[in-house]
Design a protein. Structure first.
Length: 649
């Protein structure tokens, strides 16, 4: 780096830091920022005489935003030195151990949120101040008061600064971004920016609506006379603050590395974002002796995790056709590595989402991939646009079968039941775990069978022969035999698996189970009433089921014939006056209607939702309305709740 390049880099960092700290709207990912930051740092180490005193390496945070009162911290707030791998971490440890060979280290996760200092006096929250430039920050006391996990009163009566991170859960972040997209507001890049932006809303009512969390990690001024930071933190957490998922005291690099691995594994399952682990010298006396640089304590280090957010470019958009015909747009990306996995695609969900987020081909975007979750685009970095980006058009023709598409707004569908993509995907679904669970019949093999013309529809699976399979590439006798056996074994499956495997819209595993528990194998000709009498069934579900059976009745009958699913064992029926009767419940009763319904069903009654000529009895509670009247009109037997209990006795 030349001096000129150095000065340019400093300007760039300052611009990025301003967008990040003041506007909560980063222009680049942390990874990109950190890379340049470290290049600048390296240059400054070699050329101390050139250091620009406004360089981000020389100060905490950035200048302050207008709008809030400024307020001074009682003691300074700091930034942290960071390391990115075991080697860098060991070098840091070695530097400490040179003068302090036998120290203990206190470890907590590094929470990725916005720093906040809470000042308590006489047991009351007096002031809440953002980190700002470390000396003074913004007074956000009124906002902090709306955060449930910030105590307004604590047992400790002395003066104490409790410091921590304001966090937003991953779920809340998604919710707020959805909301912002609908309103056409710019999206937050990640939960950290969302938390920081929310904490600095001028209206506390808006802050209260966003579920923020306060997670302590340290103290400033305090009057506790303890020897170790870990003891002070025990004290703080016991005042009633949220505890971190892991906190440990240990002594060796090996122990610390083990905690790092443990935290990394835990990372995805937590509801808030971690971007690393923080290692601190535990003994206060040693901390003081080690001291501070212009920007950070020498006794703390942030041992960062690999980034889960990357910036990359959208090269193209391709369309996938699912088994229900729904077209899902998928972004083809310039490949990037995230935690050891090369990511080349990200889902775009649907076309409304593309429009809401104004995603274009050629755009630079931030993507996130955490755990097994499909990579997602969280934000378009619009300032990278050159004007050559292309809008993504809503398709009107199926990319696979070319038939005309049905555009329902959020969803665009291929309606052609014979569309090969739909057929292949529905067979894959049919064989999947939550359906017929046919071992060895995965995506690739279904495609292979279909492309070779061996199967055209689900039924064809059951007439596959050894000869057929042996013709296929990659099939030897054993594999073929196993597959045929697995297909054969799928005969006689539980009834609910059979229904679930049909892939009826709105009818999933739970609904399939409900249908089979109540009606066994007699599900093909169920009426709307009968379906709506099932717990959790609404009109949409009932109609979808009936429509499916109307259109595909013959096919379902053929499959039933081949597969012969098993009905669940019926519980023994308790005979009573209600056995085999069709009953409607109305009005408010002494127990919930669900409970009474379940009780009657055990006696072999059919409990439906609306009164018709087919209804045998209407049982009414208090304030019964239109159903009571209708029963009267139709001459259906009316029975009060009390009478019902009489008869059951
Ligand atoms: N994307 C961008 O444009 C951009 C711009 C500026 C900064 N950044 C990012 O910000 C970071 C550097 O900034 P920084 O100095 O504000 O913060 P930092 O990441 O260096 O960490 C210091 C902060 O970590 C927090 N923290 C979380 N858990 C903690 C714990 N257990 N103990 C102590 N502190 C804990 C505290 O709030 C503390 O102030 C980098 O990760 C950088 O990538 C990004
Ligand atoms: Zn199609």
């Amino acid at each position: 780096m030349t001096k000129q390049e150095y000065l340019k880099a400093v300007e760039k960092l300052k611009k990025w830091a301003y967008a990040y700290y003041i506007e909560d709207n980063p222009l680049v990912t942390d990874e990109v920022y950190d890379k340049l930051y470290h290049e600048v740092l390296d240059y400054e180490k070699e050329h101390p005489e050139d250091i620009d005193f406004t360089s981000p390496t020389q100060r905490v945070g950035a200048t302050l935003k207008d709008g809030f009162q400024k307020a001074k911290h009682l003691s300074r707030m700091w930034s942290m030195e960071d390391v990115f791998n075991a080697k860098e971490f060991e070098e840091w440890m070695a530097r400490i151990q040179k003068n302090f060979p036998n120290e203990r280290y206190y470890i907590e996760p590094k929470f990725d949120g916005a720093s906040l200092n809470l000042i308590y006096e006489n047991g009351l929250l007096k002031q809440a101040i953002t980190r700002g430039n470390g000396v003074e920050g913004e007074d956000v006391t009124n906002n902090a008061r709306t955060i449930q996990s910030i105590r307004l009163e604590i047992e400790h009566k002395g003066l104490i600064e409790i410091r921590g991170e304001v966090l937003m859960t991953k779920q809340e972040f998604e919710r707020i971004n959805e909301e912002r997209a609908k309103l056409g507001e710019p999206l937050f890049a990640n939960p950290r920016n969302a938390a920081a932006g929310s904490l600095r809303q001028l209206d506390p009512k808006t802050v209260a609506k966003r579920k923020l969390i306060f997670q302590p990690w340290g103290v400033g001024v305090h009057d506790l006379t303890l020897e170790y930071l870990s003891e002070v933190m025990d004290y703080v957490y016991n005042l009633g603050f949220r505890k971190p998922p892991i906190r440990r005291v240990c002594e060796t690099v090996k122990e610390i590395e083990a905690i790092y691995d443990e935290l990394r594994k835990m990372r995805d399952s937590l509801d808030v974002m971690l971007d690393g682990m923080v290692v601190k010298v535990d003994r206060f006396a040693a901390q003081e002796a080690l001291g501070y640089t212009v920007k950070s304590p020498r006794w703390i280090v942030a041992y960062k995790f690999p980034a889960v957010e990357k910036q990359t470019r959208i090269k193209d958009v391709v369309l996938q056709v699912g088994r229900t015909g729904v077209i899902t747009p998928v972004a083809v990306l310039e490949p990037v590595e995230i935690e050891g996995v090369i990511v080349e695609r990200a889902t775009l969900h649907n076309f409304d989402e593309i429009e809401r987020k104004d995603i274009r081909i050629g755009d630079m975007v931030i993507i996130i991939r955490s755990g097994d979750v499909i990579p997602k685009i969280i934000k378009v970095l619009e300032h990278f646009r050159t004007g050559n980006e292309k809008k993504i058009e809503r398709p009107n023709e199926c990319p696979v079968c070319k038939s005309e598409l049905l555009d329902e707004g959020a969803l665009i569908k291929c309606q052609n039941l014979n569309c090969s993509a739909r057929v292949v995907n529905s067979i894959i679904y049919f064989a999947s775990k939550q359906c017929l669970n046919i071992d060895g019949l995965g995506e690739k093999i279904v495609e292979q069978l279909y492309n070779e013309g061996l199967i055209k529809q689900i039924e064809d699976l059951y007439s596959l022969t050894m000869d057929d399979l042996l013709k296929l590439e990659g099939f030897k006798e054993k594999k073929a035999k196993n597959l045929l056996k697995a297909i054969e074994n799928s005969k006689g499956v539980e009834c609910w698996r059979f229904i679930n495997s049909l892939g009826i819209e709105h009818i999933g595993e739970v609904a399939s189970k409900k249908i089979c528990q109540t009606y066994g194998l007699e599900f093909m000709r169920l009426s709307k009433d009968e379906l709506m009498a099932l717990d959790g069934f609404g009109e949409e579900m009932a109609e979808s089921f009936i429509e499916f059976m109307r259109v595909n009745g013959d096919k379902v009958a053929r499959l039933l014939e081949i597969i012969q699913p098993q009905a669940p064992e019926q519980e023994e029926i308790q005979e009573s006056a209600f056995t085999s009767k069709t009953i409607v419940l109305t009005g408010s009763m002494s127990k919930s209607r669900g409970e009474i319904k379940a009780m009657l069903e055990k006696m072999g009654a059919k409990v439906t939702g609306s009164v018709s000529k087919k209804t045998d009895i209407v049982i009414y509670g208090e304030d019964a309305g239109s159903k009571y009247e209708k029963a009267k009109q139709l001459g259906v037997t009316l029975m009060s709740e009390d009478e019902m209990w009489e008869r059951i006795k």
